[in-house]
Write a protein that binds this ligand. Sequence first.
Ligand code: GDP
Ligand code: MG
Length: 163
Amino acid sequence: MANIVAIVGRPNVGKSTLFNRLIEKRKAIMDDESGVTRDRHYGYAEWTGKHFTVIDTGGYVTGSEDKFESEIRHQVELALEEATVILFMVDSFAGLTDLDKDFAKVLRTSNKPVYLVANKADTTERIHMASEFYALGMGEIYPISSASGSGTGELLDQVVKNF
Ligand code: GDP
Ligand code: MG
């Protein structure tokens, strides 16, 4: 069976930035102004000799609370269906939000491995701030900076253990 890693999380946390860092060719369409990627994108990645597919979920969320809810469910359900491993990304600069809690609620129902990734942990201070995400009850936190790549090695070491 194929090894598939899905990156999920609310808009603007840095999913596409991590996706672009992980994949061999730049396939995601970045929209820097709005911080959203409308479609799902697939790319191929390799770490320590293990090959896997990465899915960048769109997270195109707009409009009413109802839409938030249905978009989250849709995104997470697709990820749960397809993925072997799920990276649940939050933003350590923005801190914990209600939308993160909504994602966590849905992800907790999954029996697939979920890694809680605190992105934008660019500095030591931000890495420490990321501990607030323990409140999500999702276990260990992986602080990373998708921008610089720091922390991504430690995360991938754990992720590829599933393959
Ligand atoms: P997405 O909506 O979750 O796909 O988020 P994007 O990848 O489009 O990133 C949203 C914004 O966060 C962009 O302006 C990125 O440049 C920025 N960003 C992504 N990763 C990092 C990071 O590790 N550190 C910082 N400081 N900014 C980041
Ligand atoms: Mg995106």
